[in-house]
Design a protein. Structure first.
Length: 368
């Protein structure tokens, strides 16, 4: 068996200059939220490590995760697929089909046991012995268990694989099940979203391929670098939320002014994702910027968590209490008013001291 080329060797074979290579490493470090000093470590890893085999399985899903992945801009999905990993099996992206495709899957399992990354898009249905999703003549759940047994790491792409998504929405007749409830003996990196942000997907892969380890995860198994904050925390409409300024209808004056969409059902205050920082379409925009509230697609059971256009009952506000949107503006106004009054009193006292320094000194001596 021949030794796979390193990342850098593949870059050079494609005619990519050293300058472009180092630029790519810098962009990769930036997209992962790493310090500039990590660019040299990424370059060293790419110069010395062989490409990692990746098996990409598809269960019950709509292929939106694959479609999202190939539209990544930083780093380019073409760079990831062609230069950083060896995508040995993928229903969407591979040229082979039928018996030839299944033969490649078994070959990878035989030659790279314990070395490949298993990426799973979609979930397995467990009802009727898994017969609602057949791949290669057998239930997908069997293929999933077989490939997970010898995987180096497992990634759950999208909300379907991470928490069930629309396939698992009530009444869930196929008993669609997220993969962590089927594969219980191995840690799973969850990258939820419907679909996930392209740069988040390539960023997770790049981190694993470069540093040869799983990225830091939160308690739900999501990469902290991309799911450590709520969309609400960095939303450009956040100042309007804090000020109690909300759109009441899609075509009202407040909506035209770009006021907060919380009352229109926006789930940004309870959704953890990088939409408001990384954004979509090469960093151009994200749903809230386009005038539509967040539907919370990266959160568990988002499909069943009430109507998308009905506001949440409660949300944690900057005031430090659980309050609904009707109270936010009043509370913020009261807090601001108190602060203004305190500032005015302090300013008046300071002016008095400046105007009569002798009296101020006498008052100080009395207190002493």
């Amino acid at each position: 068996m021949s030794v796979p080329d390193t990342f850098y060797e593949v870059f050079r074979q494609q005619g990519i200059s050293r300058r472009s290579f180092t630029k790519f490493c810098s962009l990769t470090a930036a997209s992962l939220g790493l310090a500039p000093s990590f660019a040299s470590r990424i370059a060293h890893a790419m110069e010395t490590k062989p490409r990692t085999p990746v098996i990409w399985l598809n269960g019950l899903e709509c292929t939106c995760c694959s479609e999202s992945f190939i539209r990544s801009g930083h780093p380019l999905a073409s760079d990831v697929v062609l230069s950083m990993l060896s995508l040995d099996y993928s229903h969407t992206l591979m040229a082979s089909a039928g018996h030839q495709a299944e033969a490649i899957l078994q070959e990878t399992l035989r030659d790279h046991a314990g070395e490949y990354i298993l990426a799973v898009e979609g979930n397995p249905p467990l009802n009727e012995d898994g017969m609602f999703c057949i791949v290669g003549g057998r239930p997908f759940v069997e293929q999933l268990k077989e490939m997970a047994a010898d995987a180096k790491a497992i990634i759950a792409w999208g909300s379907c694989a991470s928490n069930g998504c629309v396939q698992a929405a009530r009444p869930n007749p196929t008993q669609a099940t997220p993969i962590h409830k089927v594969i219980r003996d191995k840690p799973i990196i969850k990258v939820p979203g419907c679909p996930p942000i392209p740069e988040v997907m390539t960023g997770v892969l790049t981190y694993m391929l470069t540093f040869d380890r799983v990225p830091p995860l939160d308690r739900l198994g999501r990469p902290e670098m991309f799911y450590g904050q709520r969309i609400h925390d960095k939303c450009y409409r956040r100042p309007h939320f804090d000020a109690g300024q909300f759109a009441e209808a899609w075509d009202d004056e407040n909506s035209r002014k770009g006021y907060c969409l919380y009352k229109m059902g926006c789930r940004g205050p309870t959704t953890y994702n990088a939409c408001s920082t990384v954004r979509w379409n090469g960093g151009v925009s994200f749903p809230i910027q386009s005038g539509h509230g967040c539907i919370g697609c990266s959160e568990e059971n988002f499909w069943d968590n009430g109507p998308f256009y009905e506001r949440l009952a409660d949300v944690h506000t900057p005031l430090g209490v659980e309050s609904n949107a009707d109270k936010i503006g009043l509370g913020a106004a009261g807090l601001i008013g108190t602060a203004i009054a305190a500032h005015a009193a302090a300013s008046a006292l300071q002016r008095a001291r400046v105007a009569d320094p002798e009296r101020s000194s006498q008052d100080h001596n009395k207190r002493a």
